[in-house]
Design a protein around this ligand. Structure first.
Ligand SMILES: CC(C)(COP(=O)(O)OP(=O)(O)OC[C@H]1O[C@@H](n2cnc3c(N)ncnc32)[C@H](O)[C@@H]1OP(=O)(O)O)[C@@H](O)C(=O)NCCC(=O)NCCS
Length: 140
């Protein structure tokens, strides 16, 4: 993981407009290594998902991003499918996440993959924007 941080940071900066300290990725990785997955192409890392275990049977996605030049080619789907497998192997049965209310594309991406809005969090993001809370069961 440490060697992947520069490439992951680049994807995050290009996709989410955020520039996090490298230690953040190591902290998330150390909490649950199987919850942090990268997507690679011949040109290197082009996407990643970062998640933590946030309840006895719950995984929480903190970040999902695919580089803008590589979207629409199932990379996001593959990352989420791989995460579901790791959740099930770990005995988790639910995946939750937050998404910006303005992020219509991500929201429909999640809705088409079985996520439902379960609530909202006011002023969740640093710019004051609200988040929708979404959840998906991994059973039945
Ligand atoms: C959300 C995100 C991870 C999806 O990644 P992706 O690799 O494009 O995902 P996929 O290719 O598996 O699916 C993308 C869907 O958008 C559709 N799509 C159409 N045109 C597209 C385009 N130009 N670019 C991306 N997706 C497009 C795809 O057909 C697909 O539709 P489907 O849901 O009906 O299958 C990616 O858009 C992203 O990084 N967005 C910015 C960061 C973000 O919003 N993250 C989530 C925050 S909670």
């Amino acid at each position: 993981m440490p060697g992947d941080i520069p490439a992951v940071s680049k994807v995050v900066e290009r996709s989410l407009g955020e520039n996090y300290a490298p230690s953040l990725y190591m902290t998330v990785h150390n909490l649950w290594p199987e919850g942090l997955l990268v997507l690679e192409s011949e040109s290197g890392i082009i996407g990643f998902v970062a998640s933590v275990i946030s309840g006895p049977k719950v995984a929480r996605v903190l970040m999902l991003a695919v580089d803008p030049d590589h979207r629409g080619r199932s990379g996001g789907t593959m990352l989420m499918d791989a995460l579901y497998s790791n959740c099930i192997a770990r005995g988790l049965d639910t995946v939750v996440l937050e998404v910006r209310k303005s992020n219509a594309r991500a929201r429909s991406f999640y809705e088409r993959r079985g996520f439902k809005v379960t609530g909202e969090i006011k002023c969740f993001y640093t710019n004051g924007e609200d988040a929708d809370k979404m959840s998906r069961s991994l059973v039945n």
